[in-house]
Design a protein around this ligand. Structure first.
Ligand SMILES: [Zn+2]
Length: 425
């Protein structure tokens, strides 16, 4: 049987170097949660949510994640649900990782013990990260959304990772405020000193090698950030100040968050950098999906033309909305982080739609978005296949030839991330 266009393109696309726009992996493999085994890691996010969505009782998940118990028993208890979810994007990604990283064809009750033995050998191997990310995935760099406050260059392998700083802790809860005071040397006694500390802190991160910023608050609030009078925000800050001084848990009112976010963006707009924004579907088993509508961000793109906004997750299910924003604004790009495993079919259709709609230098086709390194393997393979299939549709439709398709793949999987985000390696 002759090769399809997608298969032909995939032969070249399979080995292209990739820029990975988004990960959550611990920066050092020694920092992974221990003790661990293949089930505790593979069920640390994403696929476990599909299992619960399918109706699996929570106690079976807790049992499955206990590395002290025999793995065959734990797998047996959840295998009916695993089989129901195996063909979702999350499920397929894990099977591909088991095959590509460990040489196990499929995760089943018959293979789980051997898979775990090979996984444990990886845990012992100090070069496992490099092996997966460089040798298997051909990833140039992965941009990590890093939870730690500040990292020195020797805290991680700069040949593997670039870092972005989350803005979320500046807006509410203020969980990193003590670090901020320590690193900026600015005591917080009122609203103005708080804003001065935030300014200095953001500048510090940028000066210390962080390549950009990330906003993940669509998990807990709508993405519309109104313009709020400073006097109103100052008044609201009195509650925050009390919480900061006493260390009490605190959730800032939306108007205060809005003011602080605009303050952060006014600082970032002077730093020649980008912000990655979570839009669309939220990981988990319950949330307000409409909070994540990317159209709610519209005013920010108008107000901060100096900032490059990289809209994550193709806004799924708001795929067309993200496309329209990326077309309308020179400072907005569309990013497939996470999207290929949410739905490979939706991602393929979205790429075809975006190639019609958006200049091809503004589409970033891969961000693994995994907490554990093995997951990145399955996801990058799905992304390469997705790009091959979508471009094959363009070739077969007579809209581009194979050379143009391969040149486009290189932009989507590598060059656009460097150029749009202003990265130099
Ligand atoms: Zn993420």
């Amino acid at each position: 049987m002759p090769m399809t266009t997608a298969e032909k393109l995939f032969e070249s696309i399979a080995v292209l170097p990739i820029m990975d726009t988004h990960e959550h992996v611990p920066l050092r493999q020694q920092n992974r949660e221990l003790p661990c085994d293949v089930l505790t890691e593979f069920l640390s996010h994403y696929f476990d949510k599909d299992l619960l969505s399918a109706g699996m009782p929570r106690n079976i998940l807790d049992h499955a994640r206990n590395p002290e118990l025999p793995i065959a028993d734990r797998f047996r208890a959840l295998s009916p649900w695993w089989d129901l979810c195996r063909h979702t994007g999350y499920g397929r990604s894990l099977d591909l990782s088991a095959r590509g990283v460990y040489g196990i064809e499929k995760i089943t009750g018959d293979t789980i013990e051997e898979l775990n033995a090979r996984f444990q050998a990886g845990v012992e191997n100090p070069h496992h990260y490099r092996h997966v990310l460089k040798d298997l995935c051909h990833i140039d760099r992965s941009i990590v959304d890093c939870p730690g406050y500040r990292l020195r260059a020797d805290d991680y392998d700069a040949q593997l990772f670039l870092l972005v700083k989350r803005l979320d802790p500046y807006l509410s809860r203020f969980g990193q405020v003590n670090d901020m005071v320590a690193y900026t040397g600015i005591e917080i006694s009122d609203f103005d000193s708080f804003l001065a500390a935030v300014t200095r802190d953001i500048q510090n991160f940028r000066e210390n090698g962080y390549v950009g910023f990330k906003l993940g608050v669509a998990y807990e609030r709508p993405l519309h950030f109104a313009r709020v009078e400073k006097a109103v925000a100052r008044e609201l800050f009195s509650g925050a100040l009390k919480a900061i001084q006493t260390g009490q848990p605190y959730q800032a009112p939306l108007a205060l968050q809005d003011y602080i976010l605009h303050h952060c963006l006014s600082v970032i707009s002077t730093l020649d950098t980008f912000i990655q924004v979570h839009t669309g579907y939220q990981e988990g088993n319950g949330n307000m999906v409409a909070h994540s509508d990317p159209l709610l961000l519209n005013n920010l793109f108008l107000e901060y033309p100096q900032i490059q906004f990289d809209l994550f997750h193709i806004g799924y299910p708001y795929v067309a909305q993200v496309g329209v924003l990326a077309k309308l604004f020179a400072n907005v790009s569309v990013d497939f982080a996470w999207a290929n495993i949410i739905s490979p079919t939706a991602a393929e259709n979205a790429l075809c739609e975006y190639l019609d709609l958006v200049p091809r230098n503004k589409i970033l086709a891969f961000g693994g978005d995994y907490l554990f390194v093995d997951g990145i393997y399955g996801h990058q393979l799905m992304a390469r296949r997705m790009v091959s299939r979508a471009l094959a549709r363009k070739v077969d439709g007579g809209q581009m030839d194979e050379d143009e398709a391969l040149a486009t793949a290189k932009l989507l999987l590598h060059d656009n991330a460097l150029n749009r985000l202003g990265l130099s390696l």
